[in-house]
Design a protein around this ligand. Structure first.
Ligand SMILES: *Cc1c(COP(=O)(O)O)cnc(C)c1O
Length: 388
């Protein structure tokens, strides 16, 4: 179990990296298979927008394709163009739709626009009239009020005989606003509105659920599910034990270990006062690396709310952030660890198997999605492949 095989030849660089990100493609594939199993008879897509939630769209795309995914969702066309080489015969849907000037990238890379308004549909029909018929998807708004035609507009387009020339929908989709809250009355409401649309479209495949919706049960699965965050190990449903395998481990190098005396203060603003003689480890990570300032141990408004600051994981223990996180550095209190057990050059885990992504995100008042997609450019990445 969990035999680890390094696929990177950059081991030396990694040993000296100020920041490193280890991405377990075996866990990513296992999470996709888990989502596919929970999706029952529905097919399972993979959402790889925002550089596959910070994991890297090229490696993630190839891994998910190898695992069996043949439907991919990106946010914007350029992401689809990057993905295409790694998923040769898969469908790539572009969730943000299309606009004037972006047509070429759809045609050049065989991307499918997710049409989000009647104006976009009219524009798309002009384009296909000139360049040849091509499939599209239709986004229907059932209560999110973000993208999509109204239910009435969708129903008017549903009957194949009534469809405008050149309109070749291969997928009709909607998105749940409150899927992360299984008790929300919005879920059955959106589901039943969407069912009306899906039934009217008959032969066209239908898709409602992202990661969270998959956990709501088979009523929510329709023909195709669209998991994102769960593939990357994040929690999709509030208040539920997260069953997914962690995919990303973020670590920062300790630059220095220092002693400080009772009564001294730590970091900007001097907001963290030491109540005892303390050992501090200064790590090479800051808010420029997506280790958000709102994770600070003291000196920010959020800490007045009773939510504790973040902790890292070092030498087998959770170590709290001391004082304010700075742009490039964060100070961890390691006083409770055995004297001499931490040295410059060690790595502190920011999140990963020992420090859950979503627990860290909560300390910042945010969600795992934002932590993953905001990691910044200074991480040395390595891809590993554990087996299950
Ligand atoms: C981002 C997104 C998804 C994936 O959502 P997760 O919560 O990450 O699973 C699916 N569908 C749409 C329309 C999205 O915007």
């Amino acid at each position: 179990m969990n035999a680890s095989v390094e696929t990177s030849s950059e081991t030396d660089e990694l040993a000296a990296a100020p920041l490193r990100l280890t991405i377990d493609l075996g866990a990513l594939a296992a999470n996709w298979r888990d989502m596919a199993e929970r999706s029952g008879s529905a097919r399972t897509a993979a959402v790889v927008k925002a550089d596959a939630y910070g994991v890297g769209i090229e490696d993630a795309g190839a891994t998910l394709y190898a695992a069996g995914a043949r439907d991919f969702f990106v946010a914007v066309p350029s992401e689809g163009a990057t993905l295409r080489a790694h998923v040769p015969d898969a469908s790539i849907f572009v969730l943000s739709g299309l606009w004037a000037g972006a047509e070429d990238i759809f045609f050049d890379n065989d991307l499918i626009p997710v049409i989000a308004s009647t104006e976009q549909l009219a524009f798309w029909l002009e384009i296909v009239a000139a360049r040849g018929a091509r499939p599209c998807a239709l986004h229907v708004d059932t209560g999110f009020n973000r993208l999509g035609v109204s239910v009435e507009e969708a129903l008017a387009l549903a009957d194949p005989a009534a469809r405008p020339t050149g309109f070749m929908p291969v997928l009709v989709l909607s998105h749940l606003a409150c899927g992360d809250d299984p008790a929300s009355p919005m879920n059955p409401l959106q589901c039943s509105l969407f069912r009306t649309v899906a039934e009217a479209f008959g032969d066209v495949e239908a898709s409602l659920s992202a990661s969270a919706g998959i956990f709501l049960g088979s009523d929510y699965h329709f023909g195709l599910t669209r998991p994102g965050i769960a593939l990357y190990g994040g929690a999709a449903v509030n208040g539920m034990v997260n069953p997914m395998r962690p995919v990303v481990t973020a670590e920062a190098r300790i630059l220095q270990v220092r002693q400080a005396k009772t009564g001294m203060s730590v970091s900007y603003g001097g907001t963290h006062l030491l109540a005892r003689d303390s050992n501090l480890a200064v790590a090479s990570v800051g808010y420029a690396d997506g280790y958000l300032r709102s994770l600070s141990g003291a000196g920010i408004p959020l800490r007045g709310t009773g939510i504790a600051g973040a902790s890292g994981f070092l030498g087998g223990h959770a170590v709290p952030v001391a004082g304010r996180i700075t742009m490039d550095m964060t100070i961890f209190d390691i006083t409770d660890l055995p004297e001499g057990s931490v040295a410059a050059g060690d790595y502190v885990e920011l999140f990963g198997p020992n420090m859950a992504l979503d627990d860290v995100a909560r300390a910042a008042g945010t969600i795992g999605y934002e932590m993953l997609t905001g990691l910044g450019l200074r991480y040395e990445r390595r891809y590993i492949e554990t087996e299950d």
